[in-house]
Design a protein around this ligand. Structure first.
Ligand SMILES: *[C@@H]1O[C@H](CO)[C@@H](O)[C@H](O)[C@H]1NC(C)=O
Ligand SMILES: *[C@@H]1O[C@H](CO)[C@@H](O)[C@H](O)[C@H]1NC(C)=O
Length: 409
């Protein structure tokens, strides 16, 4: 009896050891696939030096603003807010005090330098690391900006246009609620220009995008020998549960998907937020709906025979791959394309996020590459509930892109 227990215990111990080793290995490769901390430390140091140089060369009449900022959530949630803050600082003639991104894939509280991702908001601005050197505590004017959604933007612009040299905004103005209301439509005309003039990826991101377009033969102004393509963003993975809660709370599209100029881009039947089934249909669309959206853009762009699928598939969401293969099969089917009225036959080539040549130590940038490939496509199909899709749509419109080349499923 005792012996038997002993054997079982040994077995259990070996098993536990084996599992721990596997986990450790997975964790190790997961960390190594991301940029090194040494690189991020260098960038943080560089941000600090450039900020100090900017302060050093200032004339003395500069004004600054530091915002209470979202800590965590996905890359696009943070990026969209940072871009709005930078825009707000620029139009009120203030120097934006930027903060690091909170990079969830590296752990809840891990901070990474913003300049590794976005060059725009880290240019002619200062890092929060040196804020106190230019704005000592005694010179800081703290202010709450939150009012109702209708006048939120005007109030922010009016307060920040004031004479106080150093303003710290202590409440979270671009909260989720505000970003889903028509209150943000007042920002759009100037923000569209901001995107055209100030949006800029880091060199690391741009070099991967360049490499991807060459390898996947995807057309752009620079990659003229690539093939024109339609990009579609499939938001699956953990989104199903998220959509359920959005449906039961009757929440509408987020940010720029609510713009009046994009309402004709929403695949019919239109979103009805009083109807939970309608919310689910748009938030977690069926394969049929997705195919309908692709058909719509394929008929509008008969020259395009390549589709690039942006998706969040990973080893923890294997079903996304299954859906991708089902989709690819339908889209390459001759008879199906004929029935759908595609003038030039089915799709010839289908590529996906997983084909993007992300090298060793580049994993943090993959999401930015997805956004840029969606921006450069002939047409884009996205999800009005996803900040990645709305970011792509905003960038396209910022570039002068046409609303009819965008479809929200
Ligand atoms: C960081 O900077 C140091 C000194 O400038 C340099 O030697 C090193 O190669 C850099 N490391 C990375 C990963 O960029
Ligand atoms: C709710 O939306 C679904 C999906 O679009 C639709 O089939 C249904 O008729 C709608 N129900 C009502 C009451 O409008």
């Amino acid at each position: 009896m005792l012996k038997c227990l002993n054997i079982r215990w040994n077995l259990l111990r070996s098993l536990l050891l084996f599992i721990s080793c596997l986990l450790l290995l997975a964790f190790y490769s997961y960390l190594k696939a991301r940029p090194s901390y040494a690189l991020y430390d260098n960038l943080t140091r560089q941000e600090r030096e450039e900020s100090l140089a900017l302060i050093h060369n200032s004339r003395g009449n500069e004004k600054y603003v530091y915002f209470k900022q979202l800590q965590g959530a996905g890359f696009n949630n943070q990026a969209q807010e940072i871009l709005l803050f930078h825009h707000l600082a620029l139009i009120t003639s203030r120097i934006y005090v930027y903060q690091p991104l909170v990079w969830r894939p590296r752990g809840e509280k891990s901070h990474v330098p913003l300049s590794a991702f976005l060059s725009g908001p880290t240019k002619s601005t200062i890092s929060s690391a040196v804020f106190n050197e230019v704005c000592p505590e005694s010179e800081i004017y703290r202010v709450n900006l939150r009012v109702n959604y209708i006048s939120q933007w005007e109030r922010a612009v009016s307060v920040l246009s004031g004479n106080e040299r150093c303003i710290v905004v202590t409440d979270w103005i671009f909260n989720w609620g505000y970003l889903a209301t028509p209150g943000i439509h007042t920002i759009w005309p100037s923000y569209q220009k901001y995107l055209a003039n100030h949006f800029e990826w880091s060199d690391s991101v741009l070099s991967i995008v360049d490499r991807s377009q060459t390898k996947l033969r995807l057309h752009s102004n620079v990659h003229k020998d690539g093939e024109p393509y339609i990009a579609i963003h499939l938001r699956r993975g953990d989104f199903e549960g998220h959509c359920e809660s959005l449906a039961s709370d009757h929440i509408g599209f987020t940010t720029w998907a609510t713009l009046p100029v994009l309402q004709l881009s929403v695949l019919l039947p239109a979103l009805d937020t009083s109807n939970a089934t309608s919310i689910t249909a748009h938030c977690y669309p069926s394969l049929y709906r997705i195919l309908d959206a692709i058909s719509h853009q394929a008929r509008l762009h008969p020259n395009v025979r390549t589709l690039h699928v942006l998706h969040d598939g990973a080893w923890d969401h294997p079903l996304v791959y299954l859906q991708y293969y089902k989709l690819a099969e339908a889209l390459k089917n001759d008879a199906w394309a004929k029935r759908e009225g595609w003038p030039n036959g089915p799709m010839v080539r289908i590529t996906q996020s997983a084909d993007v040549p992300i090298g060793w130590g580049e994993a943090d940038w993959a999401v930015c590459v997805d956004v840029e490939l969606g921006r450069r496509a002939e047409a884009f199909i996205g999800n009005g509930y996803s900040s990645l899709s709305t970011q792509i749509s905003a960038l396209r419109l910022g570039d002068g892109g046409r609303p009819e080349d965008i479809t929200f499923v």
